[in-house]
Design a protein around this ligand. Structure first.
Ligand code: CA
Length: 229
């Protein structure tokens, strides 16, 4: 029989002792308590009070199904706030990460929404007045989703550097130039800043002949807290 570390024994005693507490203590149970196909995917400070909050993600529908749902559940003290969004053709894990992109207190939560042949569109939720609501991606975009792509003809992704001011994020896209210049790309980098009126574009830079090597580094998320794809 394997030795049980004393730390775990102590934990066991704590759990035994906890039996006298109300069984409905949601805080002790976590955001996925009693919810099918729900997993805690992160501990991130969603409400901005300086302490991490458990984040659960529950899924309905089969992997890659044309239509499914993703429900995000965040434990805030004794209550759970949640929001459900549709998913389309998503294969693999939905969770992308937690990151502060709008500069307001609390992290935004990113998860998969729609997959194409090579494009991926992500949903972002943020806490406003005690509710999880969509933080739209800057720019025209598609249904306010955060678009990334990596293909032969087109690349796209998001950048936020550690030196950026709060609420600043960049969208970098590039199309492969037509022959005979098909060895390089026409790139555009748009800088956005979150304001009280929403996203405002503050700068645009064009790169008529960016190398393939260069734009290949633009794909996906380059944002602290988020996976690249
Ligand atoms: Ca918190």
């Amino acid at each position: 029989m394997p030795r049980i570390p004393s730390r775990l024994l102590a934990l066991g005693l704590l759990v035994t002792g906890a039996a006298v507490l109300p069984a409905s203590s949601a805080q002790a149970a976590g955001p996925c308590s009693g919810v099918a196909r729900c997993h805690v995917v992160a501990h991130a400070d969603v409400d901005g009070d300086g302490t991490p909050d458990a984040v659960g993600l529950a899924r309905s529908g089969k992997d890659g199904a044309a239509h499914g749902t993703a429900t995000l559940r965040v434990q805030l003290g004794s209550r759970v706030v949640r929001a459900t969004k549709p998913t389309e053709y998503w294969y693999g894990p939905l969770w992308q990460g937690a990151a502060d992109v709008d500069g307001r207190r609390g992290a935004e939560l990113f998860f998969g929404r729609t997959q194409g042949a090579h494009a991926e569109l992500f949903q972002s939720l943020t806490l406003r007045a005690g509710r999880l609501v969509t933080l739209r991606a800057p720019g025209r975009g598609y249904q306010g989703l955060w678009y990334v792509d990596s293909s032969v003809m087109y690349v796209g992704g998001w950048l936020r550097t550690t030196s950026d001011a709060p609420g600043v994020v960049r969208f970098r896209t590039a199309y492969r130039n037509d022959p005979p210049n098909d060895s390089d790309f026409e790139g555009v980098v748009k800088t956005f800043r979150w304001t009280r009126d929403g996203w405002v574009r503050t700068a645009i830079r064009r790169f008529p002949h960016a190398s393939e090597d260069r734009v290949s580094r633009w794909t996906g998320f380059h944002v602290k807290g988020l996976q690249r794809f």
